[in-house]
Design a binder for this molecule. Sequence first.
Ligand SMILES: *[C@@H]1O[C@H](CO)[C@@H](O)[C@H](O)[C@H]1NC(C)=O
Ligand SMILES: *[C@@H]1O[C@H](CO)[C@@H](O)[C@H](O)[C@H]1NC(C)=O
Ligand SMILES: *[C@@H]1O[C@H](CO)[C@@H](O)[C@H](O)[C@H]1NC(C)=O
Ligand SMILES: *[C@@H]1O[C@H](CO)[C@@H](O)[C@H](O)[C@H]1NC(C)=O
Ligand SMILES: *[C@@H]1O[C@H](CO)[C@@H](O)[C@H](O)[C@H]1NC(C)=O
Length: 458
Amino acid sequence: MEATGRTALYICCSVLFILTEVNSELIHIPSLVHHGIEGEPLRLPVETRFPLDKVEIQGTWSHTRPSGTRVTLVTFTKEATITDMMYRSHLHFSEPNISLEILELNQEDEGDYHLNLNIEFHNKTGLVIKEERTVHVTVDVPVSRPVIGKSPSYAVVEDKSNVTWTCSVKEGTKVVFQWLRDDIPLGPSDRYHFSQDKSTLFISPVRKEDKGSYQCVASNPVSQGQYSGTMELNVYYGPYNLEVNSGQGLRTGEVFTINPGELVFFECRADSNPPTSYVWISKSHNATQVITEGPRLEVRSYKLAQAEEYLCRAFNNVTEKQDEAQFTLVVASLGPGKEKHTQDRSSVLPLAAITVCSLFIISCMLMFFIRRTCHPKRVLMSIYNRPLTEQKRPHRSGHEDATEDFGIYEFVSIPGKMESAQASCRSLAHLESVQDMHTTIYDVIGHVPETSSQSFLE
Ligand SMILES: *[C@@H]1O[C@H](CO)[C@@H](O)[C@H](O)[C@H]1NC(C)=O
Ligand SMILES: *[C@@H]1O[C@H](CO)[C@@H](O)[C@H](O)[C@H]1NC(C)=O
Ligand SMILES: *[C@@H]1O[C@H](CO)[C@@H](O)[C@H](O)[C@H]1NC(C)=O
Ligand SMILES: *[C@@H]1O[C@H](CO)[C@@H](O)[C@H](O)[C@H]1NC(C)=O
Ligand SMILES: *[C@@H]1O[C@H](CO)[C@@H](O)[C@H](O)[C@H]1NC(C)=O
């Protein structure tokens, strides 16, 4: 009683001695917030920045609970320490060190700890310097490994079902939860609703993108994130991104052009869970008709009369949604009415023959054009007079036997194409007249020695 009375008197006196000098930091508290673990000791360290032997000090440690009640724990001077009887076995305070130690933390120890200190230097009696500090202390129980739960436990249908996720811990105070899907943190959105502490996550309604592996993380001031096991969410969705593809034919937008006689496969694919069923529908003759089921369609082009429309329909029997992709199949024909009757092999032969003939004619024309461009007046002459060795050279004539060269040739020059030919023998180009080039008819008459091989040897 006497001690507390004396303390009160000292406090009154110190209030009277108003500070004239601001001494920035006579005491230092390394940390103003402490996260304590229940059952363990906690020290509230204080560093004094003055020589203890040259001052008179006097102070208190007091505690304000979160509820607001304030208790003085320790009152001290350099000579004496008075600890509240209630806390004698709970606290440790020893001079000259003014740090306070709580021996075994419990939930009651949470709150703010205030240190009030009056300091009077011996060389400046009468001037009392007042220092005040507040340290915040939390007391927590470490978090145990969380357990994740899901309702409903079975797979859900997108846009129709809701899912509730729960995360629970056996031990732990002030637990904060976090949710991850495929290791990506989830935040609130128009479909994601969290409870206050985030221990539950309500998804309403579920969508395709919610499919994945879920996990929750629990933490508190004294525990780093504790991860639950993972749990899968399966969502039935689709079909989406329906598309028709074919390895053959030429595609332009929704039109496939195929060669006559070709056997073509089409494949229909959609993103869907569970996989969709596929139906192929023909829309020819102004009537729809189911051709086949399954993702593949086989079309024999010679069975097509004209361009036909097809439809691939994908249906997911769980979501009860469907999608359709339409396309037109065109058979590219070379002559009217030909493609209907031509068979696989017979259609290839005339095509090849035409290509070979065309190439031959073009190369002949090109050779003559080049020769004429270089020696316009000497073409006929050279055919008669050129040495046999030169005549037989395949590189000059373009083919093996010169007898094939005889006949009537007409050379028609096309102005646009001329440039390249001219460029190839530019040195001689200036010799010819331009008018001469447009149309020239050459009559090449056959005159070749009977046995060319004999003459060649000569
Ligand atoms: C207080 O005293 C303890 C020993 O009792 C010592 O370990 C600690 O470093 C001292 N703290 C300060 C701030 O002087
Ligand atoms: C008093 O003593 C302290 C510590 O020895 C010193 O820092 C301070 O400057 C002194 N004050 C005066 C007025 O001499
Ligand atoms: C899903 O939740 C919404 C509210 O967010 C509710 O209106 C709806 O009935 C729920 N659907 C199911 C299938 O429980
Ligand atoms: C095709 O069907 C439409 C209505 O679906 C009809 O108006 C049109 O006359 C039909 N054309 C033929 C050629 O049958
Ligand atoms: C959906 O279709 C699959 C086959 O594609 C079948 O196994 C399943 O029973 C069907 N489910 C329903 C609900 O009809």
